[in-house]
Design a protein around this ligand. Structure first.
Ligand code: 5CA
Length: 435
């Protein structure tokens, strides 16, 4: 992509309305624009990152055996009356009436809808376990939407739903998602700690919230100090194998949200009390929805069983802000490589200079061919403002091309995270970055 053609409305000054770093940087980097309270448009740079995150979530869900579907955002109120949640959900639910006076709603979550799909098609124990997920916009009329897309009213969620014959099966499904979550967040460069959690309006009796520690986090959380040096999960996983040892490893060290905190479970000298951002939550809720909506399968030894269910959410849009909170400095965002909107930023310090233009174009073409998704700053701007913009948008690597360096046959390669720069020939820069 060429910056001269790219819609990247960056801002030099800090927007007044933003209270937290991630919101500030997302506005300044031209990633989002507020449409109304808690509702945002995603501009090219923001949308690019959102899609990268979505894709990692998708790959890890698929690897764990979940199957992608797409359910609508608008749902009929009838199903929610059957489950008893139409009244329970309260003012957070956006209720709509269609032209035939039918009650509809903008889905805040999809337990009812997916249970309806299941009960329509699945009747036999042979067809479970089944885990269906989608990545779809949700609406919750939050009392206090804030921190930009971190607590929005409209937000993008990955929600998966598992169906099993019995509790043992449901625990296996829960473990699969537990491990998939560890892997998903690790791939984004995040340490997300699974914490024993309350179940709220989803219901059920087993739940973990995945929390990244951050001072501005909305959740008050407690964990054993050993969490701070525990490595994230990066190994290959056999999802058909026994995952309990991995789950045990990551649950035996104390971690709990405020509602579930029990001081007797962690020695006070080891306890860390801090704040965190909830990027995902998983629930086992047994037969709460399957009972109410009649989702049953035949049992191997005859008779019928009401299926045991779980649901598993990831805040896909919230993650964009969460990653920025975890990875930035005073100059701007520092994207972890796997979610970076572009792999390399190529800065042509003097657009119009023949040698600079030729070198920049050549590197740009070769990095493109190598699949590194370069962003070329070919605008006619002051060098200082080009460098500031490139630091602000936080691509992991920069190649800075100027007339003085080129006279000596070199360009500058900068690592955005460490700030280290190195002079080398354009060929060497290409070898280093065109992996
Ligand atoms: N049905 C279950 C799991 S599929 C569910 O709705 N879970 S949830 O309520 O915990 O939401 C899942 C994730 O969505 C949360 O962990 C959080 O990361 C994200 N999320 C929830 N509310 C918001 C919001 N208002 N803005 C942005 N992200 C949100």
């Amino acid at each position: 992509m060429r910056l001269s053609r790219y819609f990247l409305p960056t801002m030099k000054d800090n927007p007044k309305e933003a209270q937290v770093v991630s919101h500030r940087l997302m506005l300044r980097a031209g990633m989002i624009q507020q449409a109304s309270a808690g509702i945002y448009s995603w501009l090219p740079l923001g949308f690019n990152v959102l899609q990268k995150i979505e894709q990692i979530v998708r790959e890890e869900q698929n690897a764990a055996g979940a199957q992608e579907i797409l359910m609508p955002t608008i749902q009929s109120a009838d199903l929610w009356r059957d489950s008893g949640r139409y009244d329970d959900y309260g003012q957070e639910m956006l209720r709509i009436t269609d032209r035939h006076d039918r009650d509809m709603l903008y889905g805040p979550t999809n337990e009812e809808q997916v249970t309806d799909i299941f009960r329509t098609h699945v009747r036999s124990y042979r067809n479970v376990p089944l885990n269906l997920y989608h990545i779809q916009w949700k609406f919750r009329d939050e009392v206090r939407p804030r921190f930009g897309i971190m607590r929005g009213r409209e937000f993008l969620m990955k929600d998966a739903y598992s169906f099993d014959l019995d509790f043992e099966g449901a625990r296996r499904s829960y473990n699969q998602m537990f491990v998939a979550y560890l892997k998903t967040f690790a791939r984004m460069g995040l340490k997300a700690i699974p914490m024993v959690a309350d179940t709220g309006p989803i219901g059920g009796d087993m739940s973990h919230e995945f929390i990244i520690l951050a001072d501005i986090g909305e959740s008050e959380v407690y964990c054993h100090k050993d969490w701070l040096d525990l490595d994230v999960l990066t190994s290959e996983i056999d999802y058909q194998g026994d995952l309990q040892p991995i789950v045990d490893k990551f649950t035996k060290i104390y971690a709990a949200t405020d509602e579930k905190h029990d001081p007797s479970l962690c020695p006070p000298e080891d306890l860390v009390s801090t704040r965190g951002i909830e990027v995902g939550q998983i629930f086992y809720f047994g037969t709460k929805y399957s009972e109410a909506l009649g989702a049953k399968v035949s049992k191997p030894d005859g008779g019928e069983a009401v299926v045991h269910m779980g649901s598993y959410g990831i805040g896909v849009s919230r993650l964009v802000g969460g990653i920025i909170e975890a990875s930035h400095d005073e100059r701007g965002i520092i994207w972890p490589e796997p979610v970076a909107p572009f792999g390399v930023g190529v800065i042509n310090i003097r657009t119009g200079d023949e040698a600079c233009d030729a070198a920049a174009e050549d590197l740009y073409a070769k990095l493109t061919t190598a699949g590194r998704e370069p962003l070329l700053d070919d605008r006619d701007e002051r060098p200082g403002s080009k460098m500031a913009d490139m630091d602000l948008i936080g691509l992991p690597w920069q190649i800075i091309i100027g007339p003085r360096g080129l006279k000596n046959g070199v360009v500058e390669v900068k690592n955005r995270k460490t700030g280290e720069t190195e002079e080398m020939t354009p060929e060497a820069a290409l070898n280093k970055l065109a992996r």
